[in-house]
Design a binder for this molecule. Structure first.
Ligand SMILES: [Fe+2]
Ligand SMILES: [Fe+2]
Length: 189
């Protein structure tokens, strides 16, 4: 028993973790970098740029969903309107998560409306009628799904927090696309 206890407290040369004294000394350097430490392995500038492109995409989607929510007309409008509104709010929440992460990484969220549509992956399509709106939203969600998947692959395990945020968003974009796909499948009229 006594030997076991001694082993537990002894510094193990095989430990994969940096020695405590070094961890403590490193943490005191560059404290202005906040949550970002020397062990951050990704290209921070590139990650911020990708997150800002995703942020622009989310805002274009928020605007498109609100436009569709207000303009939806026809037999199915009530149920579809509710989807548009819910998605608008969820895209807004995605934007919030992205903006918070950009700031944590030492960047600034780019919310300049002048350049929003040019920076967005997805398009602002008004849609001719309710079915066309649903179709355009399905297309926009499919664009978002592809771009998030590529970002996740790029970031990989070099920035697991950003990766987890992107994965959570991707899960919801897939749900959005699935809902519209079901709607289009069962479309009458
Ligand atoms: Fe989104
Ligand atoms: Fe979405």
């Amino acid at each position: 028993m006594a030997k076991q206890a001694a082993d537990k407290t002894a510094a193990s040369p095989a430990s994969p973790i940096t020695a405590t004294a070094t961890l403590r000394a490193r943490a005191r350097e560059n404290i202005e970098d906040g949550a970002i430490t020397d062990s951050y392995a990704a290209d921070r500038k590139m990650v911020i740029r990708l997150l800002n492109d995703a942020l622009a995409t989310e805002y274009v989607c928020v605007l498109r969903y609100y436009r569709h929510y207000f303009m939806a007309k026809g037999m199915l409008a009530d149920s579809v309107k509710a989807e548009f509104l819910e998605h608008a709010q969820q895209e807004q929440a995605h934007a919030g998560k992205l903006a918070e992460r950009i700031v944590q990484l030492g960047g600034e969220p780019d919310l300049n409306p002048d350049t929003l549509t040019a920076r967005s992956h997805a398009e602002y399509k008004e849609g001719k009628d309710l079915r066309d709106m649903v179709k355009e939203n399905l297309i926009a969600e499919r664009i978002a799904i592809d771009s998030y998947r590529e970002m996740i692959n790029y970031v990989g395990d070099r920035d697991t927090t950003t990766k987890r945020i992107l994965e959570e968003i991707l899960t919801q974009e897939e749900e959005h696309a699935d809902e519209f796909s079901d709607l289009l499948d069962g479309w009458v009229g």
